[in-house]
Structures are given as C-alpha cells and as structure tokens.
Write a protein that binds this ligand. Structure first.
Ligand code: FAD
Ligand code: FES
Length: 412
C-alpha cells in the first residue's frame, strides 16, 4: 500500500456545483475531478521526494510520464517537462534521448527527442521540440499535448553524450534545434562546476529563432572558461537588431571564435548539410576524427526524396542482373511468416514486406526502438550506438540497420 502525506491531507476547497444535469455541470465536474487529480499528484510526488525508499532511479526501458510544464522557447520551439506519478530520479548521460510512444489519429507513432534538461536537476526531465511543417508528431505535441496529460517514453539511450567522451577542452557546434543535446551537456557542466574549457558555437536562422538565448547568456556570463558565439544565418531579413556574426559558419569564423579548435573534443548536432560542412572543414585541416562526435536528428524531406530516388534506381539496376539464387530468407518466428529478400535489404524492410510493423523511430540505429531478437543466422548491423554490447551478446539486433548475411530467423 502506498502511504504518503498526501493521503492524509485535506482536499483543496472547490466551489459547490449545482448544475448537476446540465452540460455545464458535467464540464465543471470534469474540471473538478481533474483539479483533484492534479492536486493529489502534486502533493503525492512532492512528499514522496523525501522518501528515499519509494524514490526510484530511471533506467532504460518503457516508462509512463506526465507532462507537468510547457515553456515556449521561440515562436516554433517549445519545451515539454515530464515527471512520473511516483517520484523518479531521472539520471541519464547529458546528450542522451528518449523515444515517445504515441497514438495519433489511431496510428501508433514513435519519435525520438533529446533530453534537453540536465540530470543535475533530476526530479523531472524535458524535451524541446521544433514544429516541422507537415510533421505529424512535432505539431501534435505543440497543438494537443497539455499539462497533466500522460504518455509513454522509451529510454534514455544514446552514445552522443558528455560522459563517455570526457575532455578538458570542448567545442560544441549546433545548428537550430540541434542545440538540445549540447544544452543538456552545458547545463550539466554548469551545474556541476565541471572543470571544462568550453567554446559553444550556435547557428540560428535569425535572432528570434535563438533557442534558450537568455539562459545561454546567463550561464556563459558567469564562467570565464565558457565562451558563447552565436551566428545568425539570415543576412537580409533579420527582423531584430543583430550585431553578432552573420551568415553560415566558415573556417575563418571558427578560427576567430576558437583558434585552438583542432585541439578540442568536438560535439556537433544540426541539419545534415551543416554537419557535412563542419566535417569538411575538420578533415581539410587534418583533424583526428576520433575526437569528433555528432548526432543526427534524421532525414530531411530532401534526404527522404533523395533516398527514394536512389532506391528506385538501385531496384531498376538490380532487376536487370537479378540472381534469384542470391535471395536470403527472413523468417519471423513470432508471427510464423517468412519472406525472401535481396542481399542488402534490412530485416525491418523484410518485415514491412509482410505487413509486420516493427516499431521504428530514427531508422538509423540510434534510438533502439526497432530492437528484435535474432534466433538464428547472422546479420551485418551498421548501428549508431542504439544497442549495447550486452544486448548484442544476448542476441538482439536493430532491425532498421541489420542486413542478413544468409537465411535468418527473427523473434517477431
Ligand atoms: C536521436 C534523435 C534526437 C532528436 N531530438 C530532437 C529534438 O531534441 N528536438 C526536435 O525537435 N527534434 C528532434 N529529433 C527529430 C524528431 O525525432 C522528429 O523527427 C521530428 O520532430 C519530426 O517529426 P514529425 O513527426 O513532426 O515529422 P514527420 O511526420 O516525421 O515528418 C518530418 C518532415 O518530413 C516531411 N516528410 C515526411 N515524409 C516525407 C516524405 N516521404 N517525402 C517528403 N517529405 C516528407 C514532413 O512534411 C516533415 O516536414 C530527434 C531525432 C532523433 C533521431
Ligand atoms: S529505429 Fe531507431 S534504431 Fe532502429
């Protein structure tokens, strides 16, 4: 039985309702029930924080959480803060992400979002989401998710984090909403008084698009070893006065901001063209890329179209020189279905051909959403840190980036 101070506390006074049979009465009763629920939740969680026995620690898995606060960061970016019904210490590695499991218009949807808060403030965690025109989940979160609503998250996971690559001198490079993992790391360094020499370079479309601007200025004004450089890309239609760097990040700009950039551990997150430009600069200067770490948020519509075109061309070419003997069989033991696919196709694609929907979020071996058990056979798995060595040893694979080397049996 759960015992908490809240169980003994009087409920808050709520005006009596008389319109029992009317729509207004029903609506008010709904509001009153919701007020009781929210007040109970707040009191229960607050009181339980001081009970080390009932306070649990977050571990990678599937968790029900409640949205407790929303903060409008810019006109199209909002932060959503979450807590659990029972108190949980949200420990994770700054830079890691969660994957939301949602149902929108009857369709199951999963999307990954970086945890933008820091584990140094562990009783809640937050994600910061940018609206994408036509994007299903980002717009649903902005338009529909309300404070008090519950949803399911998977995680935390991700190898792009500040703990696994400790360094004294760090360069963070972010573009747009790619700032979220770097913000989590910076908040962590700031809160824990980390002895880090940090150069933070953020590229934004325009001044009004700078996410966390005031908080960044505050943090970076208090620590001499932290230096902030903001670039606004939009040269013509800035909209607000901007006296800082303008345009796209170039090597001369980088040299002015961080002359020793080649000596730093680099963390980079932004749109693919932005990260490609950075890598180009680094490679051209002979940078040791083992000190470069990046996070990709996934394909842009352009990338999606490009990929679709490439796949169509590949399929056409493959059809001409098709060798049926090369086909490999993928059997799904759980559903009793099997299919023959061409070498190079993924286990996830094989499942899709059979109408089997293995949940998928990042599609690039980052988030771990598409993990399945491999019962027999071997695969070539080209992942990006979304699976641990322990999981691999136990026979799990990420279906989105696993290509059978021969006939395989998958537990799905
Ligand atoms: C590890 C990780 C961390 C992430 N962290 C963040 C974060 O902190 N903040 C954040 O805002 N996002 C983050 N993302 C991105 C996020 O997961 C979603 O991809 C993003 O919010 C868009 O989802 P959506 O459902 O709104 O858009 P979708 O419905 O998936 O569509 C995305 C865009 O593509 C277009 N589109 C979709 N399909 C096609 C098609 N076939 N052809 C052409 N165009 C198409 C849509 O119109 C839209 O503009 C992260 C992703 C990953 C993998
Ligand atoms: S969908 Fe994210 S790892 Fe496969």
């Amino acid at each position: 039985m759960r015992v908490s101070l809240a169980d003994k506390s009087p409920r808050p006074a709520v005006p009596r309702m008389r319109e029992s049979g009317t729509d207004l009465g029903r609506a008010r009763r709904r509001v009153r029930r919701s007020m009781f629920r929210q007040a109970d939740t707040a009191m229960t969680t607050t009181s339980n924080f001081f009970n080390p026995v009932t306070t649990q620690t977050w571990t990678n898995g599937r968790h029900q959480v409640r949205c407790v606060k929303q903060i409008q960061e810019t006109w199209d970016v909002r932060t959503f803060c979450f807590m659990a019904e029972q108190p949980v210490l949200y420990f994770f590695k700054p830079g890691q992400f969660v994957t939301l499991e949602l149902e929108i218009a009857g369709e199951p949807m999963m999307r990954s979002y970086t945890i933008s808060s820091s584990p140094s403030i562990p009783y809640s965690f937050s994600i910061t989401v940018k609206r994408l025109p036509g994007g299903q989940v980002s717009n649903w979160l902005h338009d529909t998710l309300k404070v008090g609503d519950e949803l399911v998250v998977h995680g935390p996971v991700g190898s792009f984090n500040a703990i696994d690559f400790p360094a004294d001198k760090i360069l963070m490079l972010s573009g747009g909403v790619g700032i979220t993992p770097l913000m989590s790391m910076t908040r962590w360094f700031f809160d824990t008084n980390a002895n880090v020499d940090l150069e933070f370079v953020h590229s934004s479309r325009s001044p009004r698009d700078i996410i966390y601007h005031r908080e960044l200025v505050h943090m970076f004004s208090r620590i001499p070893e932290f230096k902030l450089h903001v670039i606004c890309e939009n040269k013509d239609d800035i909209g607000e006065a901007w006296t800082g760097y303008r345009g796209y990040l170039t090597q001369p700009m980088l040299e002015m901001m961080a002359p020793d950039f080649l000596e730093r551990e680099i963390f980079c997150c932004g749109p693919p063209p932005y990260m490609n430009a950075i890598k180009h600069i680094l490679r051209a200067n002979g940078f040791d890329m083992s000190h470069y770490h990046e996070e990709s948020f996934g394909a842009t519509p352009l990338d999606v179209r490009e990929e679709a075109r490439e796949l169509a061309e590949q399929a056409e070419a493959a059809a001409e020189e098709f060798d049926y003997a090369e086909l490999v069989q993928v059997e799904f033991a759980g559903s009793g279905k099997s299919v023959r696919i061409q070498p190079g196709e993924t286990v996830h694609a094989a499942a899709a051909k059979l109408g089997l929907h293995i949940p998928k979020a990042c599609g690039m071996g980052i988030c771990g959403t598409c993990r399945v058990g491999l019962k027999a056979g071997e695969v070539e798995m080209d992942h990006n840190g979304g699976i641990t060595d322990e999981d691999v040893a136990e026979g799990y694979i990420l279906s989105c980036c696993s290509r059978p080397k021969g006939n395989v049996v998958v537990d799905y």
